[in-house]
Design a binder for this molecule. Structure first.
Ligand code: DGP
Length: 116
């Protein structure tokens, strides 16, 4: 399958790893928006949040069990935010389920800047 994050998970494309086990990989975003900007992916291909099913949701639970540890390893010592963009309106650019773990700085509260 021609999927960028499947290739990163398989080690065919290099990444800066933060955490890895048999089921998931966490690596630094190529275009970080904060001092800690880590992407957490399942190694199996799930296209987006819309592709989560009873058959594959255990790996999503595993991701969420590991995120506190991954956030600290990534440099978010004082809190963090988890974001998963799903579909065009959210700006999903890589069609392999991923969770952005963002922190290491005080984050803006609102999605729309005019609400600041
Ligand atoms: P999203 O827009 O939510 O689909 O996020 C995709 C993220 O993936 C985006 O923040 C940039 C990151 N990204 C894209 N290509 C690569 C890559 O080759 N390596 C790494 N480390 N990150 C990538």
């Amino acid at each position: 399958m021609d999927c960028l994050f499947c290739k990163i998970a398989a080690g065919e494309i290099p990444s800066t790893k933060v955490y890895e086990d048999d089921e998931i990989l966490a690596f630094r975003d190529i275009s970080p928006e904060a001092p800690c900007h880590v992407l957490v992916i399942p190694k199996i291909h799930i296209p987006s949040m819309d592709g989560i099913t009873p058959e594959n949701s255990a790996v999503v639970a595993h991701i969420f069990e590991k995120i506190p540890e991954i956030a600290k390893l990534g440099g978010a010592e004082n809190g963090y935010r988890v974001i998963s963009n799903c579909g065009p309106d959210a700006g999903q650019s890589v069609p392999h389920l991923h969770f952005h773990v963002i922190g290491g700085a005080k984050l803006p509260l609102h999605v729309f800047p005019e609400k600041e």
